[in-house]
Design a protein around this ligand. Sequence first.
Ligand SMILES: *[C@@H]1O[C@H](CO)[C@@H](O)[C@H](O)[C@H]1NC(C)=O
Ligand SMILES: *[C@@H]1O[C@H](CO)[C@@H](O)[C@H](O)[C@H]1NC(C)=O
Ligand SMILES: *[C@@H]1O[C@H](CO)[C@@H](O)[C@H](O)[C@H]1NC(C)=O
Ligand SMILES: *[C@@H]1O[C@H](CO)[C@@H](O)[C@H](O)[C@H]1NC(C)=O
Length: 279
Amino acid sequence: MHKPFIIIVLCTLHSITCAGLALFTNGARTPVSNHKLRPAVEDDLDDIVTVFIDAFRPSAGWQYAHLRDDDYTNYTWTCTRQFFQGEWESLHRSRTFANVITVPRDGGQYFSSDRAGERVVSFGVWNWMKPQEDAADSSFSFRPHQLHAALGGKCLEHLDVNTTRAADLAQQLSLAVEKYIRNLTEPQLYLNLLATHPDWDGHGFGAEQVEAGLQEAARVGMPVTLLASPDGWPLYDSLGFRSLANITHEMFDGLGTLWSEYMRWDEEEPGAPSALIVQ
Ligand SMILES: *[C@@H]1O[C@H](CO)[C@@H](O)[C@H](O)[C@H]1NC(C)=O
Ligand SMILES: *[C@@H]1O[C@H](CO)[C@@H](O)[C@H](O)[C@H]1NC(C)=O
Ligand SMILES: *[C@@H]1O[C@H](CO)[C@@H](O)[C@H](O)[C@H]1NC(C)=O
Ligand SMILES: *[C@@H]1O[C@H](CO)[C@@H](O)[C@H](O)[C@H]1NC(C)=O
C-alpha cells in the first residue's frame, strides 16, 4: 500500500536530516505581531513547497546534489509540489501533524485558492513514534531529500539532481534515521522537518514551532527527538535539547563531510529541584 520510493536525497543534503533540518531562525527575535500558528491544510502546499525549496537550497547538502539548480527552478518546484501532494494524500493523520506559521500575503509568488490573504512562511512536520511499529506504517513524510519513484513523467528523470550523489546521501540519512529514530525503545515525538523561509528568518518562527511540539510532547509525557542540521542545531540547543550523537555524512569526490546531530528533549521531572533554589 505504500508506494515504493527511491530515496534520492532531496533533503538530506542540505540539511541532512531532514529532520530538523533547517531552522533558519537563530539569532535575535524580532516579533511579528500579525502572524499565526495553525495546523496545515492542503491549500497551504504551494507555499510550503516554496518555503521548503528556498530554505534548503542554500545548504551544503542541497548544493552538493543539485548541480544545475539555476536551470531547473521551475522543474524543481513543480516536481517537489507533485511529491508533496502525494505525501499529503498518504499521510497517517493519527501519527503525523503539520503546523504552519502564516503572515498576511503581500504579493507572493504562488497563490492558494482559499486563505488567499495568508502566506505560509514556516512549517513543521511531526511524527508520533512507537517501538515495534510496522516499518511500512511508519511514514516519514516530507523528507526533503527523497525523490519518489512514484513521481511520473519528467519528474521521474530527476533532471535537477545528480542522482548518484543524492541516492548515496539518502542512504546514509536513512541509516541514521533507522539507528537513532526508528530503532526506538519508547514512544516519542519526532520532529521530521522544520523550515522557515529565509525572507522571514529572525522572527522566532522556528522556535515557536518547536515550542508548540514540546507542549504536545509534554502533555503526553514523551521525549522529543530529531536530527538537526548545522543550521538548525543552535536553535534546538538553545531550547534545551541535548546533543547525543554527531553523525557524519561522507561526500564523493573528496568534497569532505556533512554532519547532523541526533538530539533529544525531555521534560523536566516534575518536582525536581531547580538549580536556582538554594536552601
Ligand atoms: C513549469 O513547469 C510546468 C510542468 O513541467 C510546465 O507545464 C510549465 O510550462 C513550466 N513553466 C514555465 C514558466 O516554464
Ligand atoms: C537497532 O537496535 C537493535 C537492538 O538494540 C540493534 O541490534 C540494531 O543494530 C539497531 N539497528 C541499527 C540500524 O542501529
Ligand atoms: C559535529 O562534527 C563536526 C565535525 O565532523 C563539527 O564541525 C560539528 O561542530 C559537530 N557538531 C556538534 C553539534 O558538535
Ligand atoms: C555525479 O556525482 C558523481 C559523484 O560525485 C560524479 O562522479 C559525477 O561526475 C556526477 N555527474 C555529473 C553529471 O555531474
